[in-house]
Design a binder for this molecule. Structure first.
Ligand code: THU
Length: 129
C-alpha cells in the first residue's frame, strides 16, 4: 500500500469521528507488519478527559485482535496544520513499535513523514521490561 492510500484511509476514518466538543475530526490508519490495516477516529466524551484519540483507537483495535508489530500509521486532521500525534499516542506507539513510520496529513493538503524515534526519542520505560 502506498503512503497516499494509507492516508486516504485515515481521511475516510475521520468521517466517523465523534467530536461535538472540539469539532476537530481526526482519523488514523495503522498498518501492521503482516499488512493488516486498522482504522480509528477520535471519540470525544462530555467528561472531556474520557476522550480518546484516533491513533489510540486504531492501535487498541489492532492489539485486541492480536497484532502488536506496526510498520506505519497515517494520521489525518482537518485544518491547516499537519496533524501530529499527541504525547500519549506517541508513548502508546512506542510500547509496540519504536521504529514505525508516522505520516501526518492536514486538511489543506500534503503530509509530512517521521520515524517514531524522531518524535519520541526518550520514551518512558517501565523497569526492566
Ligand atoms: N486528537 C486525536 O485524535 N489525536 C491526537 O493525536 C491529538 C488530538 C483529538 C482528541 C480530541 O477529540 C481532538 O483531537 C481535539 O483535541
Amino acid at each position: 500500500m502506498t503512503d497516499r492510500e494509507l492516508l486516504n484511509l485515515a481521511k475516510e476514518a475521520s468521517e466517523n469521528a465523534y467530536a461535538p466538543y472540539s469539532r476537530f475530526k481526526v482519523g488514523a490508519a495503522l498498518e501492521c507488519m503482516d499488512g493488516r490495516i486498522f482504522t480509528g477516529c477520535n471519540i470525544e466524551n462530555g467528561a472531556l478527559g474520557s476522550t480518546m484519540c484516533a491513533e489510540r483507537v486504531a492501535i487498541y483495535k489492532a492489539v485486541s485482535e492480536g497484532e502488536k508489530h506496526f510498520s506505519r500509521i497515517a494520521i489525518y486532521g482537518e485544518g491547516e496544520e499537519y496533524c501530529l500525534p499527541c504525547g500519549a499516542c506517541r508513548q502508546v506507539m512506542g510500547e509496540f513499535s519504536q521504529d514505525m513510520e508516522v505520516l501526518c496529513a492536514r486538511g489543506s493538503g500534503g503530509y509530512v513523514s517521521y520515524r517514531l524515534k524522531e518524535l519520541l526519542p526518550h520514551p518512558f520505560k517501565f523497569g526492566n521490561f
